[in-house]
Design a protein around this ligand. Structure first.
Ligand code: GLV
Ligand code: MN
Ligand code: MN
Length: 399
């Protein structure tokens, strides 16, 4: 099965026919279909399929001598953001299967296991915390907190993984699996316009996080409630959105309010509550922290005259990730000095880099758009990515 054949199989899964955007949220039917596709691809190649306790999957190509340790792991994720593109995540997984095929065609016999990982809930689109599967694996989130995370329908992570056949009490760091992996190399579509060549290597992931603002006021009638009598949480929320843009400009960061929930969300009702999520990222921790503090302060000042309360909760935060220099240099030497670039996007490779050497390959994105249907990589660049990944895996799996 060629890259393009695999790609074509996955392409319709979870795609909204009207917008072309993908809705593949962890353990929902489209994502389960992607998981089944992954298992089929593993089976078709005779790869051993491992399910870890956290909903992550690994397809293993083991050396003939039965070596199980010192593995080289590649892969990415199958889930998407709401209305996301086709490439963010799946490109890394399809490329990984294609790279294994290429190595086999060339008669390569790896001395170390090569694994293809599919990490659960990378986007955090269902339970709010990005890279949840890799965070659990790496011990970067308290399992008790993860169990209690809820989706938009109020289902807890514990319930959902239980229904998926996992034991919610077994989630958490998997030292056995981590101990078998020597390094992780994730191939990913570039998510901006920074890469002008077909393939590049990541230097760093900038600090980034997610914060939830809860504005609570009083629900009331839109026609009969005079302006002085209102406690309308929509007003400080509106200030907060503008404040995020202004704070980002002052601090040299980026800040986004991309998700909002309004209660009860009626045209003719003053809302009782507004919940808004702030995504903030920037070159340094202090700039990101200052951005959030300034937004919080602006929200509170705006809320006071309307007698609205404001609560701020940090849902996730990832400090700067500087990818392992030795691994990056080795990857670059295999690829012949391709560009090195940082990214403002989060990845499982960033989370795992706290526990093992990790590296990333980026594949050029001519639209520069990501988390939207226009996300793209040209067929020739996809193949360049597969060649690059194959070369890197071949080198790293030699011993
Ligand atoms: C994931 O792609 C993120 O950066 O939010
Ligand atoms: Mn993404
Ligand atoms: Mn991704």
């Amino acid at each position: 099965m060629s890259f393009e054949e695999m790609w074509a199989e996955l392409l319709p899964v979870g795609r909204d026919a009207a917008t072309g955007g993908y809705h593949r949220f962890a353990w929902t039917p489209p994502e389960l279909e992607c998981r089944a596709w992954f298992a089929d691809e593993a089976r078709r190649r005779g790869l051993g399929l491992e399910h870890d306790p956290n909903g992550n999957m690994v397809a293993w190509w083991y050396p003939e001598d039965g070596t199980r340790t010192g593995a080289v792991l590649t892969g990415s994720h199958l889930d998407s953001v709401p209305g996301g593109g086709a490439f963010d995540g799946p490109l890394g997984i399809v490329s990984a299967f294609a790279a294994v095929d290429l190595l086999r065609e060339r008669g390569v016999r790896p001395a170390r296991p090569i694994g293809i990982g599919a990490f659960a809930e990378e986007e955090g689109a269902r339970f709010g915390v990005a890279c949840l599967g890799s965070r659990l694996l790496a011990g970067a989130i308290d399992p008790a907190r993860a169990r209690g995370l809820t989706d938009a329908d109020g289902h807890t992570f514990a319930e959902v993984v239980h229904n998926a056949g996992l034991d919610p009490h077994a989630i958490g760091p998997d030292e056995d699996l981590l101990g078998r992996i020597a390094c992780y190399v994730e191939l990913h579509v570039e998510q901006g316009r920074a890469l002008e060549e077909p393939v590049g290597v990541a230097s760093a992931i900038v600090p980034h996080g997610r914060w939830r603002f809860d504005f609570a006021g009083e629900g009331n009638h839109a026609g009969t409630t005079g302006l002085p009598d209102r406690r309308d949480p929509m007003l400080p929320f509106a200030h907060m959105v503008i404040a995020a843009r202004e704070a980002a400009e002052r601090n040299g960061t980026v800040a986004t309010v991309g998700k909002v929930r309004v209660e009860p969300n009626g045209v003719n009702a003053i809302p009782s509550a507004v919940t808004a999520w702030l995504d903030a990222r920037g070159p340094a921790d202090d700039a990101v922290r200052r951005t959030v503090l300034e937004v919080d302060e602006a929200a509170r000042i705006a809320a006071r005259p309307h007698r609205v309360s404001v609560d701020l909760a940090e849902e996730s935060y990832t400090e700067i990730v500087d990818f392992n220099l030795a691994l990056r240099d080795r990857v670059r030497s295999v690829l012949g000095g391709v560009p090195v670039l940082p990214t403002g996007a989060g990845h499982d490779a960033g989370v795992l880099s706290a526990r093992l050497p990790a590296a990333m390959l980026f594949v050029r994105n001519p639209t520069g758009v990501s988390h939207a249907p226009e996300e793209f990589a040209e067929p020739a660049d996809r193949l360049a990515g597969v060649e690059a990944l194959a070369a890197v895996l071949d080198d790293l799996a030699r011993g």
